[in-house]
Design a protein around this ligand. Sequence first.
Ligand code: UT7
Length: 355
Amino acid sequence: MTPPQPAPGARPLPSRPPSRAAPKAVGVRIAGTGSALPSRVLTNADLERMMDTSDEWIVQRTGIRTRYIADRAKGESSYSLSATALTLALESAGLEAKDLDLLIVATMTPEMSCPPTACRVLEAIGGPQAGAFDLSGACCGFVFGLNCAHDLIKSGAYRTVGLVGCDTLSKYMDYSDAGRSTAIIFGDGAGAVVLRATDDTDKGIISQAMHADGGGWKHIYVPECDMDFPCGVAPDPGKLCTVQMNGSQVFKFAVGTFPELIQQTLDKAGLTAADVDMFVCHQSNARILQAARERFGLPEEKLYVNIDRYGNTVAASVPLCLDELRRGGRVRDGHKVMFVAFGGGLTWGSSLWQL
Ligand code: UT7
């Protein structure tokens, strides 16, 4: 094809079209972390009073002893917990709200369907001029968000990105006998990170993965009307707006997929499990975490577990772990850290970082 020619008398076309200067190569660092929990603690003993269950059953099957539940009367909800976690993350990074270029809130329990929860969070932290949107990835939301935010910084489009993982699943729980297999697991919370561009190009993601099996959606879902029930499941008005989970199917999927995902992420990076300083995994069930630890022969201190205190906090579980580890000095600059999650969708994903 002949290139377009200038019209007679027009200025000749420049030999090369003017282009934006190539972005300077940058690395990405985790500049700060923060987390927030609601005020109400729900213990196994509390649940024993609400439904037919026992502390022994819950601890044996899940490893959970307590979880935190948002108290709406006190204004605790997805956006307010997110705002607290993000404020603490900014503080720990030595930054202010106005330094953010972009805010991503990973959640499956947005404050409302419109506006994005991220916009409410922006207002709550002082209304900086920044981009803001929500990311819906269920339990994988935060890890998917890490991969996206990292690559947006790497591209040169943004320098400072806030990422929050927040869920308040208590609003979709049935705290009666009918809901006992899910109500015992889930808790509310929020965790946040602030990611920043750095001149140290060694810092950032070494390898990552994001997967989904759409056919598995029916194993965890929240029906809002009759047509939301999967084929073969009779619509039940008592189940509307409550989490429906086929626990044993998800358990089997997780026990198989979790180690495979870790191995795949290591292989992509040309590393072994021994090269990784810390595995920060979605806290879904202590038995699933234990199986992964044994599969890779990891010592207890290399795969962090806090499910006993918080239960499964969905998109918040990975950043809640990270914040505790970072503040406790167990995750620091120079470490290699793998973030891993799986959950509703079905989805699974990882993000291996050089901090
Ligand atoms: O983050 C999202 C991803 N979600 C997960 O990773 C969840 C994965 N799944 C699990 O963690 C487990 O499947 C559960 C903890 C949900 C359930 O444990 P399980 O060992 O798979 O139990 P089950 O569903 O096979 O049920 C075993 C028995 C049943 O009684 P029968 O039919 O054997 O008489 C249940 O009715 O345990 C009963 N049961 C309970 N008993 C006391 C179910 N929930 C309870 C309960 N207390 N809360």
